[in-house]
Design a protein around this ligand. Structure first.
Ligand code: HEM
Length: 430
């Protein structure tokens, strides 16, 4: 089976590739070019996400291709201990306990602890856009990638002034691990990753040295640690910050971009979102299923495992195609239809499943709901520009828009339809 995630149709219409893989009688495929086993069916992806004793996370953050020796020698300087997405038992249950205690991960806690931050940052960005009435803007840098980064910096207690370098390091990590950079670029990105890690170590060390504790995430994690290395080491606190700065930013940027893209695909949808906030939660959840911000995720097998009619050997790297699993016709009725009212939407796997289930799911959902509600209310005439060429960055995991061009119009368009679009299935290509 061939899968080229770095060029061609996968960058413009990934759903057609998922359909081809799902329709094949073999239930699991080996992609020779990538050296990865492709797991696409819902039941298999769900199992691989949940079964930590068979499918390990130890290589989840390791590059998907053979890195050149120069870049590898830089990467070897990275001594960040695995704490989240790259940690297996026995470390992961302990660091996961620390994460749950220090990072708000339920709807109520997120609203109480981060609600004010999200609203303040959304207002700031929406007002900045509304002030550009009549102009054409690119909603990706102007909103989608900006909001989640500002929010996560506020949560971690990192100064706004550092936003530029953190964005560039985080983007670089994603390109280095899940992209296909050339050797010179690999060396540059690897050096950025090491600088990023040192930056996170310094952030934490400054708080340790000063003894000052605020209400920010790093202070909380240090308080939770309570000078006890068996609970969490100082280096693990830095590693949690290192992971959260990337995980909390690019992922949610993708969700915002896909949500806004879907919402602006028809004027009636945009109007409904602006006038009926009750429509928004289901809309965001269906966007997650239909166009997941992470549509492929890595595991490595600890032993031979048989899925359906195929046996994957021990030590094999697997790409769990979450985007395909979310469109498995055995689970979702009319899976290629965008339908915010579908009853089966909760079965999607966009935030993972099992022990590594996304700690930021509730935060990402809140950011997306507030964004859509406020944007549609403040800029009711916002519309995509007609000459839009949708394509995504070359990557096996993160489905990130290059751009999303729109015209700012703060006037509500004249309603030419008699029936508002609320219920019913809606078609829109991914
Ligand atoms: C739409 C937005 C997001 C998506 C699609 C997403 C997706 C995922 C997925 C698929 C996993 C599972 C990884 C695995 O099983 O190995 C995961 C884990 C994780 N996510 Fe998210 N995520 C999002 C937002 C966030 C945010 C906002 C944060 C924090 C600020 C965050 C932090 C994490 C962390 C720390 C983990 C690792 C948890 C662990 O290993 O125990 N994510 N995310």
């Amino acid at each position: 089976m061939q899968l080229n995630p770095f060029s061609g149709v996968y960058l413009t219409d990934p759903a057609s590739v998922w359909r081809r893989i799902l329709d094949d009688p073999d239930e699991v495929h080996y992609a020779e070019d990538l050296g990865l086993w492709l797991i696409s069916r819902h039941a298999h992806v769900r199992r691989a996400l949940a079964d930590a004793s068979t499918f390990g996370n130890v290589l989840t953050l390791a590059p998907v291709y053979e890195v050149c020796p120069e870049a590898m020698s830089v990467i070897m300087q990275l001594d960040a201990p695995p704490t989240t997405a790259a940690a297996d038992p026995p470390v992961h249950p302990r660091t996961r306990r620390a994460l749950r205690a220090t990072f708000a991960n339920t709807a109520d806690r997120v609203e109480a602890e981060y609600g004010a931050i999200v609203r303040r940052r959304v207002e700031q960005l929406v007002s900045r856009l509304a002030a550009r009435d009549g102009e054409q803007v690119d909603l990706i840098p102007e909103f989608a990638t900006e909001l989640p980064l500002l929010v996560v910096l506020d949560i971690l207690g990192v100064p706004d002034a550092d936003i530029g370098r953190i964005r560039s390091w985080a983007d670089g990590q994603i390109a280095l691990v899940w992209g296909q950079p050339d050797p010179a670029e690999q060396v540059r990105l690897a050096q950025g990753l090491v600088d990023f890690w040192h930056y996170c170590q310094e952030l934490v060390q400054q708080r340790v040295d000063s003894g000052q504790r605020g209400d920010d995430y790093i202070s909380r994690a240090l308080a939770y640690r309570d000078d006890d290395d068996s609970v969490l080491t100082v280096s693990e606190v830095a590693s949690l910050a290192f992971n959260l700065l990337v995980a909390g930013h690019e992922t949610t940027a993708g969700l915002l971009a896909h949500s806004i893209d879907q919402a602006l695909s028809s004027p009636q949808r945009w109007r409904t979102i602006g006038t009926d906030p009750r429509y928004v939660p289901a809309f965001v959840t269906e966007t997650l299923r239909f166009a997941p911000a992470i549509d492929g995720w890595l595991r490595v097998t600890h032993r031979d495992v048989t899925l359906g009619n195929v046996t994957i050997p021990a030590g094999a790297r697997c790409l769990l195609l979450i985007g395909a699993a979310n469109r498995d016709p055995g689970v979702f009725t009319h899976p290629d239809r965008f339908d915010p009212h579908r009853p089966d939407v909760r079965d999607q796997l966009s935030f993972g499943h099992g022990p590594h289930y996304c700690i930021g799911a509730a935060l990402a959902g809140l950011e997306a709901r507030i964004t859509l509600t406020r944007l549609a209310a403040a800029i009711p005439g916002l519309r995509l520009t007609s000459e839009q060429h949708r394509s995504y960055k070359p990557n096996v995991a993160f489905r990130a828009h290059h751009s999303l061009l729109a015209t700012i119009d703060t006037m509500a368009p004249v309603d030419t339809t008699a029936v508002p679009e609320v219920a019913g299935a809606e078609m829109h290509a991914a």
